[in-house]
Design a binder for this molecule. Structure first.
Ligand code: MV4
Length: 501
């Protein structure tokens, strides 16, 4: 039985994992870097240990040090969260060989799926549709030309060790082929230490739709429907929703079956995600599998009622799944907005710094998964995501309305955030109508531009002017209060609404 878990992560996901631990009566152990001494995950945990200096490779990526802390603290298991060591086979092996439980899949499953050429081969063998392309890696330029010609342009050159958009190149014609190949190869060598390259047919305007799966150690595998993740900026997800507006019940069943097949083909155990590209004609292709809990997991939790972290922990302790496929149903609609400490008016430059004020939205159907608090200084060493706003409502239309309400209530000062940009997305016709693909952001720059001053600044100014008015009226005549002169706060409301136009 698992009684204590070391969470090998930081920020919102560390807090998220510890919350489930607390509900299960499991003790949590935090690790923290120099920059994270006063971070929320350290405060939330039952125990916390210093792991190293601020840079990730001296702290959250230090496998030996983390293992040492796990042994010292007598943790039974390690939860890696996402990012950092979550998909590192060496770490998964190290943890297991020291008698601890790694809360995740086997090192073999991580490594098969981490190598995209191997993953494609395995999927093809199991009958899961993959993007048309090479069956093995490209050996030389002769082969490159031949295969590219057979597939037909445009094509995509990808690094087998890549994923998530890293080491990827679009090639429109034969002229660009060799130089793109050489660039991709040397990029892959320097980024991943592996220059294995493969080619795929370019899918023109795809949707990025992924399926959540859960598999236990007893051979049960289920799926928990899809997440639509096409709203991305430079391969970084911005908004996710479930169900996907592009989905049909038939397609969902079909893709869900293939997602289960994909997981079973690597004897997958734990929570995982199968990514697909889906075209306008609803042809779908396996893209890659993420062998970890994902940032956007809460929207699935919200429509299915399943606590994915609890399931991960139960699976890791050897328990059978709490749910069989027929127990899983979806209820309503859920949308997640990722809130980054970035300046949307300055090319989304990371904007770490001191949180002067934060007031988070509440009310029916609102969940925030965050970790920052008033007076907290966001370190510059890590991902600038500060929070996720997860909305639930009965219908998609109501979920968008509620998201807009919650974004309106979300007040953060001290750092610039992506909130105004997210508000623009919620007002963009293509999004509102649910007709968007991976080109959504570049296609809608007109709607997404933020050229007026930051809304929050305007509100602050309006508030200040109103306050001055109020003080002045107090000084002049007490009479005003009983005359029919309108309240200055009502005037403030009007000004604010004007500024929102
Ligand atoms: C593709 C593609 C079109 N055709 N592969 C980007 C991230 C990585 N997971 C794979 N990606 C893509 N692969 C083929 N054969 C288009 C993309 C892509 C994309 C995919 C998902 C979400 C956003 C994207 C934005 C640009 C390109």
């Amino acid at each position: 039985m698992i009684k204590k878990i070391l969470v090998a992560n930081r920020g919102e996901i560390a807090v998220r994992v510890m919350r489930s631990c607390r509900e299960m009566g499991i003790l949590s152990v935090a690790i923290f870097s120099e920059a994270d001494r006063s971070s929320m995950h350290v405060r939330y945990a039952d125990e916390a240990y210093y792991v190293g200096p601020s840079p990730s490779n001296e702290s959250y990526l230090k496998m030996d040090k983390i293992l040492e802390i796990a042994l010292i603290s007598k943790a039974d298991a390690i939860h890696p969260g996402y990012g950092f060591l979550s998909e590192n086979t060496d770490f998964a092996r190290l943890v297991a060989s020291n008698g601890l439980i790694f809360i995740g899949p086997s090192p073999e499953a991580i490594s098969s799926m981490g190598d995209k050429v191997t993953a494609r081969k395995l999927m093809e063998a199991s009958g899961v549709p993959v993007v048309p392309g090479t069956k093995k890696s490209i050996q030389n330029t002769e082969e490159l030309h031949q295969i590219a010609h057979n597939i037909g342009y445009p094509i995509m050159i990808k690094a087998s060790a890549g994923g998530g958009g890293k080491g990827m190149r679009l090639v429109k014609n034969e002229e660009e082929l060799e130089s793109s190949y050489n660039m991709a190869k040397s990029e892959a060598r320097s980024s991943f230490g592996d220059d294995t390259i493969y080619i795929e047919k370019y899918i023109e305007s795809p949707h990025h739709i992924e399926f959540q799966v859960l598999a236990d150690q007893h051979g049960n595998t289920i799926h928990l429907f899809e997440r639509e993740c096409s709203v991305q900026r430079r391969h970084q997800k911005v908004v996710e929703e479930t169900p996907s507006p592009h989905m049909t019940p038939e397609l969902r069943n079909q893709m869900g079956e293939y997602a289960i097949k994909a997981a079973q083909s690597v004897n997958y155990v734990g929570a995982g995600t199968i990514e697909f590209l889906v075209d306008d004609k609803r042809n779908f292709y396996f893209l890659e599998m993420n062998t970890r809990l994902q940032v956007e997991h809460p929207i699935t939790e919200r429509i299915t009622g399943v606590d994915l972290v609890k399931e991960q922990i139960k699976i890791a302790s050897g328990e059978p799944l709490t749910y069989m496929q027929n127990d899983i149903s979806m209820h309503g609609h859920s949308i997640e907005c990722r809130i980054y400490a970035e300046d949307p008016q300055n090319n989304f430059m990371p904007n770490p710094g001191l949180i002067r004020h934060i007031s988070e939205p509440l009310g029916l159907g609102v969940r925030t998964d965050g970790y920052v608090y008033e007076g907290y200084e966001i370190p510059m060493h890590y991902d600038p995501m500060i929070s996720k706003l997860i909305i639930w409502a009965k219908t998609r239309v109501e979920a968008i309305e509620r998201m807009k309400r919650a974004l309106y209530e979300y007040k953060i000062t001290g750092v610039k955030t992506s909130i105004p940009f997210l508000e623009k997305i919620m007002d963009t016709p293509d999004f509102v109508e649910g007709r968007y693909n991976t080109h959504f952001i570049e296609k809608n720059t007109k709607y997404l531009e933020l050229n007026e001053p930051c809304e929050l600044e305007c509100q602050d100014i309006a508030m200040f002017v109103t306050y001055l008015d109020f003080i002045k009226s107090q000084e002049s005549q007490v009479q005003d209060n009983v005359t029919n002169k309108p309240s200055p706060w009502k005037e403030f409301g009007k000004k604010r609404n004007l500024l929102r136009l």
